[in-house]
Design a protein around this ligand. Structure first.
Ligand SMILES: *Cc1c(COP(=O)(O)O)cnc(C)c1O
Length: 379
């Protein structure tokens, strides 16, 4: 079977994990700060807080930005449900902005229109969460300018996009956002098994997220309400969680990060091959933009009118294609937010035709040829 995405693990990754297993600390040891420093260096991030998933990172990001019951949070309907659930964990009200048919990201013209309308009704969002779908960065400069005008905060869901660049910024440097979140699930660009991270330029937001990651507990003498110099003493300052990443995971992550540029280059080669192979077909291939470098987490094509048949044929041939994503507003559990079929036509139309083809660094040329031939023959 050829999956749509998968991890790459070499002996050095395995050795890094074994080394932790033989050390004193499986968690709360030195590997987590080391991994955080490696992410910071890769992305130009000021502060990095590693946690046990991107879902947790999105949750602590929303809490750090003070999302409270009733606050409105907007995201893209074409994303994984976690992009929206983070707001719900805080009691927030989720709303969506339709996608652009070219970038497949949140459409910033629609965002501008929706904000204008929301301002009139006094219903502006507290936080907007653009998602860098498939690894292609969103139009962050436009989002940032709107955030200044309408005074909302921005969390980039960059679960697909570690290693991507946008104009003269690196995704994760938070040039145009408050917080940027990465995922290290095995299908993503680099993996820790399960894991995530939140990047920010703000020391204050970073500290809040560090506290939320570990029960809201501090032992830092400068932060304690009462400090009698007792060595065992700690205080809980807010209701936090156990969202810690283990040292086992962090060591794997730090080892994985060594490969990232080579792996992104390989993803671009695979994408180039697909683009060429499909250039004479009726398939709609991903849009390329010259001012940004996609991490190409996914290679999603649109098969007008024939998605179901093509999907089934590829699956039967042992190619585990997938669909990213079922629009979040159509999920039964989102009915309470009052959005229904027809509300986001670009997202819904994209979903009707989308298929994610195999895309991962170790996909071989013969495997890719097989995918291409099987797909073209099925149309
Ligand atoms: C994978 C993913 C997440 C969640 O990541 P986890 O690390 O599995 O919690 C969130 N948002 C998007 C867009 C994703 O693709």
């Amino acid at each position: 079977m050829i999956p749509y995405g998968r991890q790459s693990i070499d002996q050095q990754d395995i050795d890094a994990v074994v080394e932790v297993l033989q050390s004193d600390f499986l968690t709360q040891g030195p590997a987590v700060p080391r991994f955080e420093a490696a992410i910071a260096e890769l992305c130009g991030a000021e502060h990095v807080v590693a946690v046990n998933s991107a879902t947790s990172a999105l949750h602590v990001a929303c809490l750090a930005l003070d999302v409270k019951p009733g606050d409105s949070v907007w995201t893209s309907p074409i994303s994984f449900v976690a992009s929206a659930n983070c707001a719900r964990y805080c009691g927030g009200v989720v709303d969506f902005v339709d996608i652009s048919t070219t970038t497949l990201n949140m459409c910033t013209e629609r965002l501008a229109d929706k904000l204008k309308d929301a301002a009139v009704r006094g219903k502006l969002p507290k936080v907007v969460i653009p998602v860098h779908f498939a690894g292609q960065p969103c139009d962050m400069r436009e989002v940032f300018e709107l955030s200044l005008k309408y005074e909302f905060r921005v969390i980039e869901d960059a679960s697909h996009a570690i290693g991507a660049t946008y104009q003269d910024t690196r995704i994760g440097d938070c040039r145009y956002s408050d917080i940027t979140v990465f995922s290290f699930h095995p299908v993503k660009i680099i993996t820790t098994g399960e894991g995530g991270a939140a990047c920010t330029q703000s020391a204050d937001l970073a500290r809040k997220m560090q506290l939320l990651r570990t029960h809201g507990i501090t032992r830092d003498p400068s932060e304690l309400c009462t400090d009698k110099g007792e060595g065992w003493y700690y205080e809980q300052h807010m209701l936090g969680f156990n969202y810690r990443m283990t040292d086992i995971q962090a060591a794997l992550g730090a080892s994985q990060i060594r490969h990232i540029h080579r792996w992104l280059t390989r993803r671009h080669e695979i994408s180039d091959q697909y683009d060429t192979a499909f250039s004479d077909s009726s398939l709609i291939t991903p849009t390329r933009l010259t001012d940004r470098y996609s991490a190409l987490h996914l290679y999603c094509v649109q098969v007008p009118g024939e998605r179901r048949r093509v999907f089934d044929t590829l699956r039967q041939a042992g190619i585990a294609v997938n669909v990213h994503y079922i629009p979040i507003h159509l999920q039964p559990d989102f009915v309470e937010f009052g959005r229904r079929r027809g509300d986001y036509p670009n997202a819904e139309k994209y979903y009707e035709n989308a298929i994610s083809l195999p895309m991962y660094p170790q996909l071989t040329a013969p495997q890719q040829d097989f995918v291409v031939k099987t797909l073209l023959a099925s149309m």
